[in-house]
Design a protein around this ligand. Sequence first.
Ligand SMILES: O=P(O)(O)O[C@@H]1C[C@H](O)[C@@H](CO)O1
Length: 346
Amino acid sequence: MPHSLETCLLCKCWYSLLWNSLLPELLLILCARHCLFLLKSLALNLSARPSAIGHTSPLPILLYEDYQQTADWLLSQTQHRPKVAIICGSGLGMLADALKCQDSFKYADIPGFPQSTVQGHAGKLVFGDLKGKTCVCMQGRFHMYEGHSLCKVTFPIRVFKLLGVETVIVTNAAGSLNDTYHCGDIMIIKDHINFPGFAGLNPLNGPNEERFGPRFPPMSGIYDKHLRQMAFDICKTMGFAQFVQEGVYCMVGGPNFESIAEAGLLHKLGVDAVGMSTAPEVVVAGHCGMRVFGLSLITNKVVKSYEDTESVNHESVLEVSKMRSETLQTLVTELVSRMDINNNTA
Ligand SMILES: O=P(O)(O)O[C@@H]1C[C@H](O)[C@@H](CO)O1
């Protein structure tokens, strides 16, 4: 009979003991045959485990030097020195199309960068000029539900900081809980609720890296008031005022959309729009002293009633995103062009 874990009782016992973290020295008292077998299966098991990149541990696995390495690589590949970073939400990647003189890099080609796995997130980093202001644009972001650790979800933010970025513009697709909102509305984010953060899933968990920011960063006033006002003024002059709102965004972990009871809870909490991203990026941007502006595109109404037979899906989210993409592009372009920033050159 072939030697296997299933058939050898001794192997079975030692295997489970070892996995329950008994000292590896115990291996020494095993017969050579079992010892070899166990080492082989341990090696197989370790290689089958999700890598540090792929599991959702909130603990930092990245050092300052990791961010630095990626930033240095990017600086060596492009002459652009961006002061503004734009993160495109689901189906909003065309925000990058407005950039002139583009240098674009696939995430897969950037050392240390995670990969996008969600439809509607192209997975490209685009550098370029937006009305004379140098920007970097993420065509595709990383979500916790994809299996990325929060360090990886927010990895680009710290890289941007090291590139010299001062302002981060976050965009997302979101479902509305506010009864006065409609599909296709644009919500200027006034504040957020970081639900995973309440449960201890915070990208700043673990030893603090002082070179980025303080141990206990404030989050009050994190969404810049001046930029919010500027965006409102732009909407008025451009005739968008009737579908622009200002409200509170709440991040949930996803990937499932909300149950009716969960929707009821969020509604009671005063949440205006719910999504599955943004808060970790904003927390990290705030931690390293960057100015933040955020927009949610309302792609669906969250189902709040048991009588309601409608339900949401990712395809309809992408469809609505597409419908408003041009308006969002105009708003972001105008906002960036009015920003008081001086370009650096390489
Ligand atoms: O990246 P964002 O937050 O725009 O994506 C939203 C949330 C989920 O990833 C997806 C659901 O359709 O859209």
